[in-house]
Design a protein. Structure first.
Length: 381
């Protein structure tokens, strides 16, 4: 029986052939470390990094490719953003109730260290922030507005443009966790007034594991999280003041970034995030309609596919989600993720603690036939 992968919210799979091939091609044809020499192979490595920055800046309409900072993943990018801000004792952050631990744990570390407070936005019945009530959630010491664009539990989308406009009016930096949306939904950092956009390279952007980035808006400077070699201003004892060197240290994952570049090229060749969103929305509409007819199956989050990315979480009667996930694998070779998905606040809001939900998340290579088979397996449980 063919295995079907429904865990693209963790990492996308399979990868496009050009992404897979690029990893070996780099080792065969380039091999050198960017910024560590003037010979052709080192120059070629540097050009790959420049091309990847430019491709990402173009995809998200970021004004300065030099402020596309490469990271290990989205969690790393979020840590860089949060710890790079000038926090003082008593400051506050305003977040949604659906934040991932990659936002919550850095903020709680600052709470323990500096006594910062974490305030939560008012949301509607689907967990979507209510723009008209944001002002009531603000406090005099609020220093950051942060939002996960798409929940990794429900797939529900937040109104980024409204949140960004609010933060800009209040003179506050706006941080967006785009782990589930970058590459799957159009994002325009200028139009949406996003100051810090954190995203992985290995999910909807289709790059390899070990890649991610943080886009930092001009005029906002972060304190470096790491210090070390940059290949520039080596005679100085401190990090260079210019970007990207200010925030990037050590040798880059150049093979992975070449793979990310190929992933972005593949994505754009198929119409970009808008085309991905249209296709996955169609698949999700069919999936949700079929799931609604499965007795005992409960969906969490927005009921409309247009209000979510291609992520859907369920519980099956009173069965533990981990048990349901095991049965989906045993009966139909469906790969789904069960548990809290590193987002305990989301499950607290949904009332699904302590064992969470089981989650289906789609990728670009799934077909309507795959969705039909998944629904048959669910009906046969």
């Amino acid at each position: 029986m063919k295995e079907l992968y429904f865990d693209n919210a963790a990492t996308s799979w399979p990868k496009p052939p050009a992404v897979v091939g690029s990893l070996a091609a780099y080792q065969r044809s380039v091999g050198a470390s960017a910024g560590r020499g003037a010979y052709p192979r080192a120059v070629a490595s540097g050009e790959i990094l420049q091309d990847c920055r430019a491709a990402l800046a173009g995809l998200f309409n970021a004004p300065d490719p030099r402020r596309v900072i490469f990271t290990l993943n989205c969690s790393d990018a979020l840590n860089l953003a949060i710890f790079g801000l000038p926090w003082k004792r008593g400051d506050r952050a305003l977040v949604t109730p659906f934040e991932h631990n990659s936002v919550l744990r850095p903020l709680h570390a600052l709470k323990e260290k500096l006594g910062i407070a974490i305030d939560v936005m008012a949301v509607d019945g689907d967990g979507r922030a209510i723009p008209d009530r944001l002002g009531k959630c603000l406090r005099p010491r609020t220093r950051l507005v942060a939002a996960v664009h798409a929940s990794n539990v429900t797939g529900g989308l937040q109104p980024l443009a409204a949140l960004g406009a609010f933060a800009r009016r209040k003179g506050l930096p706006f941080l967006v966790d785009a782990a589930q949306s970058a590459g799957a939904v159009p994002i325009d950092v200028r139009a949406m007034k996003i100051d810090l956009l954190a995203f992985p390279g290995h999910k909807a952007l289709l790059g390899p594991l070990g890649t991610g980035a943080l886009i930092v808006t001009p005029g906002l400077d972060l304190t470096p999280l790491r210090h070390g070699g940059t290949g520039s201003l080596s005679e100085k004892e401190f990090q260079p003041p210019f970007y990207p060197d200010r925030l990037e240290t050590g040798s880059h994952n150049a093979p992975g970034l070449l793979g990310l570049l190929e992933g972005v090229r593949f994505l754009r060749g198929r119409g970009g995030p808008a085309a991905v969103q249209r296709r996955e929305r169609g698949l999700m509409e069919a999936f949700l309609a079929g799931a609604a007819r499965v007795p005992g199956l409960r969906l969490f989050g927005p009921s409309a596919a247009a209000e979510r990315v291609a992520v859907a979480s369920f519980r099956f009667g009173g069965e533990a989600p981990a048990r349901t996930a095991d049965r989906l694998w045993a009966k139909g070779r469906l790969m789904v993720r069960a548990g809290l998905h590193c987002a305990p606040w989301a499950h607290r809001w949904l009332g699904t603690l302590p064992d969470g939900t089981f989650r289906f998340s789609f990728g670009p290579f799934l077909t309507g036939a795959d969705i039909d088979r998944a629904l048959r397996v669910l009906r046969d449980l």
